[in-house]
Design a protein around this ligand. Structure first.
Ligand code: ZN
Length: 206
């Protein structure tokens, strides 16, 4: 990071179950860090400064030809425009298939009422841009471990991420990004208990 970049860093600790959203300019970087180990962050993004053109997971799977993203892979919009590219990560498992937890699915799968999830976090995080629930796209699941077996079976397992593991992304267009520090405590997604995540936005726009 150059001296000029150092002066332009927004660094915070997201509390367990917390959320954040921000506008990024093309060329700026976002680093998400698993500060304690075993914690998932769901990420969504939108091209430009409105919620019209969303992150689109099926395009991202088809264009990267994988459901597990790592360095060199790209998150695409519904118009197949590159939104964010992954510059680096030291965690072997991030996934595209798990979607976001929310009160409705947790009622169906676990029988609990009003169990706040990542979708509710995204609506609140993106409220300054006018978000409604239907604006929230399927998310990219940072540090999430949802393996798919050769017979097609899918499961949610404990993350393999350790304390200090990170992913660094670069904005390929001006965009809005939101991160939900996953509140899920009813399956192994967050290794049993929601924990903190680190958020660092940096870099001089190109
Ligand atoms: Zn979640």
């Amino acid at each position: 990071m150059t001296e000029r970049d150092m002066a332009n860093v927004d660094e915070r600790v997201l509390p367990a179950r917390g959320f954040i959203a921000a506008e990024m300019q093309r060329g700026q970087r976002l680093r998400v860090t698993d500060l304690e180990g075993g914690q998932v962050g769901d990420l969504v993004a939108f091209a430009g400064h409105t919620l019209a053109e969303k992150l689109w997971i099926s395009n991202t799977i088809r264009l990267n030809k994988t459901i597990y993203l790592g360095a060199g892979h790209v998150l695409y919009s519904e118009l197949s425009r590159p939104l964010l590219s992954i510059l680096d990560t030291n965690c072997a498992r991030h996934t595209l298939l798990a979607g976001s937890c929310n009160a409705e699915i947790d009622k169906v799968r676990y029988g609990v009422d009003d169990h706040r999830g990542c979708v509710e976090n995204f609506v609140d995080a993106l409220r300054p841009w006018g978000a409604r629930r239907e604006d929230i796209p399927m998310s990219f699941n940072i540090f999430m471990n949802s393996p798919v077996q050769v017979d097609g079976s899918f499961s949610i397992e404990r993350p393999v991420s350790k304390a200090g593991d990170f992913i660094e992304l670069r904005a390929e267009v001006d965009l809005i990004v939101a991160l939900s520090n996953c509140p899920q405590d009813l399956n192994p997604c967050n290794a049993g208990a929601p924990k903190t995540l680190g958020w660092q936005l940096s870099g001089t726009p190109s």
